[in-house]
Design a protein around this ligand. Structure first.
Ligand code: ATP
Length: 666
């Protein structure tokens, strides 16, 4: 029997054997995954796996979404790779959907690519069957998928060990994977690799957590005083009132579960409710500064843990408005205007806006920020928060258009324990309350349902909040910055936005200019190029020709589009200076006569331009061809049908104009 035939029999024996099924599936994550693949995803182990690879455009969007995660993870991956490269391993970093965002490993030969070990590969179980990344994400645990553990016979030469990564809010962020095509046969050889994956996964999570809560107090817990600073078992972030605002997965494991069972929420609890020590003990640690540690007691931990407190990164003076407990801590930071000032380099409109924002920031005035999509409304809101006396308190950003209408009320206002049944029975602190004392940024406020506008108005007018199920309001001090791509006055006329809410919010209106009108475009190009080059560790040099094109392009997607284009160009240039041919075609064609392409396609195109593409003909044929390719998601048969020609002709035209379909990112 061939190995794949033998493998098929083993898989079918598990997924087709009702009697053995329950017992096997209960404690074997690989068999559980086979069952999911067979029953839930309808995969056939006798079939062929078709490796899906994201288009370069879709991949760019994912990179944009996970920039900070990628940046933090890259440093840990390089260190880990130095340790395992000689053993024949490659490293992959995936997002929570199982899409590979980063890869470290040799590129010689085609076997890693054939095996799907490339950036953009989709390892979700639903497509790839049982595998290291997909099954680790489904099971939320570190695991090894060794040779014939894989669902599809095509992956039998792979051994993959992956560990899940969680974000500072405890949400699944992705997975770190070590894969090998040349592993020793024994599964036991993977134990050490599993430990290394978990260790580096923890390192990535902790670095992410500390960056995210850099402006907060962070409590580190560990068994040994000598190790707690370098290797904490758990991290808790808390605010100036001693209320927990963040818990890493170590803390959730240690403090939130007993015998694997969840025992209640940590976020929103005062430290004094979680530890037996009086709050003053923690505050004493905080006052002692970094480097001092002492024992903290916890009701259900057998032994006390050593604790150490790290203060916010910028410490100066505490604002007078905070509670008595807060006086135990060091003073809060004063507003820092550097983020505001960095938004412009002598652009007259931006300079006027920054000077207006600097004066308003200190005054807790609600503001409306206007501007086309991608002009940096959220970036400006964050800079205003940093410049205010609230900088040490929370900045809570909510996209009102992105939260489902059924959830928005509970997300915003929170609810008391017992208000709902089931998983939500424990109660939740709402986002508005989390922004207490700080800044609430309401993006796309024009999309907020009318009923909630009324509730929000009450919060702003009466400065108090009534969570769902509560009968006693909670006093709040809140500054709201709101943004919308919709014209709010038109929404008022159409009866879709409350006029009184509009006036509550518009203590001032700040209007961001579109990128095409800004005179400091060269500064923004250089600055963002530097940021992107650092993020992906690439050479950030631009040729004069490329810079000229970037300055002439009209940027319908504004700074967001600029960032995407620069990231694309850095990847295309592969470490050399960025030339015109490394830019997306529509930027290259900025001076081309046919405006159709620029007007109808705001995002950078999902295409690669082959060498020679720089001189590509800007004829109507190019525009017609590109338009059809995009409309049909690069399915050549459909493009041929639209253009009333055959597929061979479409391929010939693409070749003639240097257009290459997006397949994979690297
Ligand atoms: N001044 C700036 N410097 C560097 N990057 C910026 C700047 N302004 C915006 N960006 C980048 O542009 C992108 C969009 O920014 P942001 O989300 O703030 O825009 P927005 O106007 O709120 O967008 P939308 O209207 O779609 O919500 C982000 O990637 C951000 O990092």
């Amino acid at each position: 029997m061939t190995p794949s035939r033998e493998h098929l029999d083993v898989v079918m024996n598990v997924v087709g054997n009702e009697a053995a099924l329950t017992a096997l599936a209960l404690d074997n994550p690989i068999h559980r995954s086979w069952l999911r693949c067979y029953n839930d995803y309808g995969l056939d182990p006798a079939g062929r796996q078709h490796m899906r690879v994201e288009s370069s455009g879709a991949l760019r969007d994912r990179h944009a979404k996970h920039l900070a995660y990628l940046h933090t993870a890259r440093a840990a991956m390089e260190e880990l790779y130095a340790r395992v490269a000689d053993l024949g391993y490659v490293l992959l970093l995936a997002d929570a959907d199982g899409i590979t965002l980063d890869y470290l490993g040799h590129r010689a030969g085609d076997s890693p690519i054939r095996a799907g070990l490339v950036v953009g590969a989709n390892w979700h179980e639903a497509h790839a069957g049982t595998n290291g990344i997909g099954t680790c994400l489904a099971e939320c645990r570190t695991l090894t998928c060794h040779y014939d553990d894989h669902f599809y016979a095509g992956n039998l030469d792979l051994s993959c060990t992956a560990t899940p990564l969680f974000d500072p809010e405890g949400e699944l962020m992705g997975a770190l994977d070590l894969s090998s095509l040349t592993t020793p046969d024994s599964r036991a050889s993977q134990h050490l690799i599993g430990h290394m994956a978990s260790m580096y996964g923890r390192m990535i999570e902790d670095a992410n957590f500390l960056r995210h809560f850099g402006h907060r107090w962070v409590l580190r817990l560990g068994r040994a005083a000598s190790l707690v600073e370098v290797n904490a078992e758990a991290l808790l972030a808390f605010d100036a009132d001693g209320v927990i605002v963040g818990a890493d997965s170590g803390a959730r494991r240690l403090l939130q579960t007993v015998d694997g069972q969840s025992v209640g929420a940590l976020l929103g609890q005062p430290l004094s409710a979680v530890f037996r020590n009086p709050l003053g003990d923690v505050m004493r640690l905080a006052r002692a500064g970094n480097g001092d540690s002492s024992a903290l007691l916890h009701p259900w931990l057998g032994e006390p843990r050593q604790a150490m407190v790290r203060g916010p990164q910028r410490r100066t003076r505490m604002s007078g408005a905070t509670s008595v407990q807060a006086d135990h801590l060091q003073a809060a930071p004063q507003g820092d205007v550097s983020a505001l000032e960095a938004l412009s380099d002598r652009d007259p409109k931006m300079d006027a806006l920054i000077s207006q924002a600097r004066r308003l920031a200190g005054r807790s005035i609600n503001m409306i920020i206007q501007g086309e999509t991608g002009t940096g409304k959220e970036v400006l809101a964050q800079a205003i928060h940093q410049a205010s006396s609230r900088a040490d308190r929370a900045f809570v950003a909510i996209n009102c258009a992105a939260i489902p209408e059924s959830l928005i009320e509970s997300e915003l206002f929170g609810y008391l324990p017992g208000t709902f049944t089931g998983a939500r029975s424990r109660g939740m602190v709402g986002l508005i309350q989390r922004a207490d004392g700080g800044t609430l940024f309401l993006d796309e406020i024009g999309d907020m349902p009318l009923a909630l506008q009324t509730r929000l108005l009450r919060v702003l007018a009466e400065r108090e909040l009534l969570p769902l199920g509560a009968d006693k309001p909670i006093p709040l001090a809140l500054t709201v910055l709101a943004a919308s791509h919709r014209n709010l006055r038109e929404r008022i006329s159409a009866g879709q936005f409350r006029e009184d809410l509009y006036y509550r919010l518009s203590g001032a209106t700040l209007s961001l200019p579109p990128l095409r009108e800004r005179q400091d475009r060269a500064y923004l190009v250089r600055r963002i190029l530097g940021e992107e080059a650092t993020a992906i560790d690439a050479n950030g040099h631009l040729t004069v020709q490329a810079m000229e094109l970037l300055l002439r392009y009209p940027w319908p997607g504004n700074i967001r589009e600029l960032r995407n284009v620069l990231r694309y160009a850095l990847s295309m240039a592969e470490g050399h200076g960025i030339g015109a041919r490394d830019l997306p075609l529509e930027v290259q064609l900025v001076d081309a006569p046919a405006p159709v392409l620029l007007a109808t396609v705001p995002a950078p195109p999902a295409i690669d331009v082959a060498p020679g593409g720089e001189d590509a003909d800007a004829s109507p044929e190019v525009h017609q061809l590109l338009g059809a390719l995009r409309r049909h998601h690069w399915v050549i048969a459909d493009v041929a049908r639209e253009l009333s020609t055959c597929r061979a002709t479409v391929y010939r035209r693409m070749k003639r104009h240097g257009i290459v379909a997006p397949t994979q990112f690297c």
